[in-house]
Design a protein around this ligand. Structure first.
Ligand code: ZN
Length: 417
């Protein structure tokens, strides 16, 4: 049931405010307009905790453009969010209780990335060095370029390329402000490179699987974070009235219409499906490799998630998702379940699209941290806990008993390799 207060939202909503300024959310072209709301796009945010009593309230807030985090705690009825001068009135009108956890001043003082995190350049330098040192089983592949022209790199680990081994993908860095996941996936590239020929299990995996690791899907966004925009989530596409960014994880061609069409929203889904080079790069990689299993790593809710995002129904492969996802979640004490049932409905997310298109056992992970830019010690703790999860998922890609993989529709494959 949709709560009654949402009926009054259109009069107050940002969509309406923007329409008054000549901006039509979701329109193919948007004129830049000066106006009283223009400055609000660049205003600093606060971080808040919202209290709710049913999931429909969350869905209504999402639709009204409030930037909800994924750390939904249904048992206690709380969820984190960022608030701006535009979205705070929407929340206030809802009548839901909330408290501010971090002021705009505190966030600004925090600056970019905490000490110890690798920059985009550092990650790329390491990926190149690993590929150069191990040409017999590692290949550096540019799977696409970002909007600003930065390389989107994958490291491909296999000792038998092109032989049809079961393919598996691990990626992170779609959401720029989520810092720990990139540390984990970069550490994983080192673990595999250093372990081949020395560690029996890692050697077996590299000999029998086709492993793809994409540490930073959205390098432009991460640069924004490095520059001091610690709450930047999307890519950097310039939109009307100073708004910027498309959520690459809401841009896939799967129930895309249901996503957020308001350009200022932190989960803005873009002009059309796969409008963004970052999401298109992932689409093309998936189309080429037809991964048996995958995981898209985020933070900070402590969850293992799987499709569908757009519906609270289960897929026909729920039992298999639950069996594998449960193993991933259990030793970490994470929650586990479908995206729509565990957080809230999402539209155009990578995991759901990949499962629906290729039958991939496509997971999302939310690491359990104290925040998007948790101290590096938390990323190191996550890494210790996650090594066995990554190797398990890589192993699972070649499980001959898995019944999850279907042959999805063929997409045209550009020559990216
Ligand atoms: Zn995320």
């Amino acid at each position: 049931m949709i709560p009654s207060w949402t009926r009054s939202l259109p009069a107050l909503s940002l969509a309406a405010a923007l329409a008054g300024c000549g901006v039509h959310p979701g329109a193919a072209t948007v004129k830049t307009a000066a106006g009283p709301q223009a400055a609000a796009f660049t205003q600093a945010r606060t971080v808040a905790r919202i209290h709710f009593s049913n999931p429909a309230e969350l869905e209504a807030l999402e639709k009204a453009g409030v930037d909800l985090f994924e750390n939904v705690d249904r048992a206690h009825g709380t969820v984190g969010a960022t608030l701006t001068a535009l979205s705070r009135p929407v929340l206030e009108k809802s009548g839901l209780k909330f408290e501010v956890l971090q002021s705009a001043e505190a966030l600004a003082a925090k600056g970019g990335m905490p000490a110890g995190y690798r920059s985009v350049d550092q990650v790329y330098t390491e990926l190149k060095a690993i590929a150069a040192a191990h040409p017999d089983f590692v290949k550096l592949v540019e799977i696409g370029k970002s909007l600003e022209g930065r390389s989107i790199f994958a490291l491909n680990f296999t000792s038998k390329p092109g032989t049809g081994l079961p393919a598996v993908r691990i990626n992170s860095g779609q959401h720029a402000r989520e810092l720990p996941p990139v540390e984990l996936t970069t550490n994983l590239t080192h673990l595999l490179a250093d372990g081949y020929g020395k560690d029996q299990n890692l050697t077996r995996l590299i000999d029998t699987r086709d492993i793809w690791i994409v540490p930073i899907v959205n390098p432009d966004g991460r640069f924004k974070v490095q520059e001091g925009n610690s709450m930047w989530r999307k890519n950097t596409r310039k939109l009307g009235m100073g708004a910027a960014g498309v959520d690459t994880n809401r841009n896939a061609d799967d129930h895309w219409d249901g996503g957020d069409s308001m350009q200022w929203a932190d989960d803005y889904h873009g002009e059309k499906p796969f409008s963004e080079p970052e999401s298109s790069a992932m689409r093309d990689l998936c189309g080429k490799m037809r991964f048996k299993s995958s995981i898209d790593v985020h933070n900070f809710a402590g969850m293992i998630l799987w499709p569908p995002g757009y519906s609270t129904d289960f897929t026909k492969d729920e039992a298999h998702f639950k069996a594998v996802g449960g193993k991933l979640a259990d030793h970490l004490n994470y929650k586990a379940g479908t995206i729509a049932r565990t957080i809230y409905k999402t539209y155009g997310d990578l995991s759901t699209w990949e499962y629906d298109t290729y039958g991939t056992l496509a997971f999302g992970a939310e690491l359990a941290d104290s925040g998007f830019s948790a101290p590096i010690s938390e990323a190191q703790r996550d890494w210790t806990a996650w090594q066995s999860n990554f190797t398990y998922l890589i192993d699972e890609a070649g499980n001959p008993n898995a019944k999850h993989v279907t042959d999805g529709p063929k997409l045209p494959m550009p020559g990216i390799f």
